[in-house]
Structures are given as C-alpha cells and as structure tokens.
Design a protein around this ligand. Structure first.
Ligand SMILES: [Zn+2]
Length: 167
C-alpha cells in the first residue's frame, strides 16, 4: 500500500546535473561572445547585459537569430521528455498543461526556454524543448505533482538531455 499523501518535494543531490549549468557544451551557444545589444529577427528576444530578455531593442541593435529560433528552424531539440504509463495516458491533458504552464513561466524569464513540439502517440507523449533546463524542469514538475519515476540521461558531447517520466 502506498501512502495516501505524497511526500513533500525534496531535492535529490545525487541527481543534480551540474554540467547543465555550463553553457559551453551547447553547439548552439555562440563561440564568440555576442555583441550587445542584439535582437533576434525571428522572435524579437533581445540580448542585453549578458542574457536574453524580452525587452524593447535599441534602434542600433545587431540583427541575429537566437539559439531557440535556430533549433526550431533546424528541428534540433536540446531536450526530449518522454511521458509513459497508464496514469499518464489517463491524465494526459492534465500532464501536458503542467508542462505548458512551466514553459510559460520559464519563457517569461528565459526567452530561450521553449517547447518545440508535443508528439502524442497512443502509448506515450514526447515533448521536445529548445533548452535542456526546460526538459529537466518538466520532468521535475511532473514528479513533484504526481510522483512517478523520473530518469535523466545527459549526453554532454551533443548537449542533449533525455528525460523519462513514467507512472
Ligand atoms: Zn529567436
């Protein structure tokens, strides 16, 4: 018998992916520091003070394309979240709104964190993201809300994070 109440969300230090904090592995991360201010000609995000923000670009801002727009155009996700299991099938729309709500919150602060696609199949759902942090965040949000089993596999060479959540 499982306890009726899920335990409070606790951070598991053994699973912390420190390497995710180091953007140098990302092939979409510019090798040279981007000159400021720069504006993405596709989504309008502005690179200012070392980070991407949703602000009004300066008139002289350099036109560029942000990593998220390039990944979307080239169909090269950084994160893959696979959601499986009977509970997941029965509560699919609820789980997907958890993922979408997280994206909305994250994207407001971090313009490059976006869901690329949601592929709904009979027995599973695959969410692809432009950023590995969002993929990890979706997995952790599902685990936080519904328990279940959460697994990560990080490929440093390709800067790819695969996340499985199952219940
Ligand atoms: Zn963009």
């Amino acid at each position: 018998m499982k306890a009726a109440q899920p335990p409070p969300f606790t951070f598991q230090p053994g699973r912390h992916l420190e390497v995710l904090d180091d953007p140098i592995h990302d092939p979409y991360h510019p090798q040279k520091k981007l000159s400021e201010p720069a504006v993405c000609s596709e989504c309008g995000a502005v690179f200012h003070e070392g980070r991407w923000q949703w602000i009004t670009p300066a008139a002289h801002a350099l036109q560029t394309r942000c990593a998220a727009c390039r990944r979307i155009d080239e169909e090269q996700p950084a994160g893959y979240v696979t959601i499986e299991g009977q509970f997941a099938r029965e509560h699919r729309q609820e789980l997907l709104s958890v993922a979408r709500n997280l994206e909305t919150r994250e994207k407001a602060e971090h313009p490059l964190q976006r869901i690329m696609a949601i592929d709904e199949q009979d027995d599973k759902v695959m969410i692809t993201t432009t950023d590995i942090h969002l993929a990890r965040g979706i997995g952790e949000a599902l685990e936080h809300a519904y328990k279940g089993d959460l697994k990560f596999h990080y490929n440093k060479d390709e800067y790819l994070l695969r996340v499985w959540w199952q219940r």
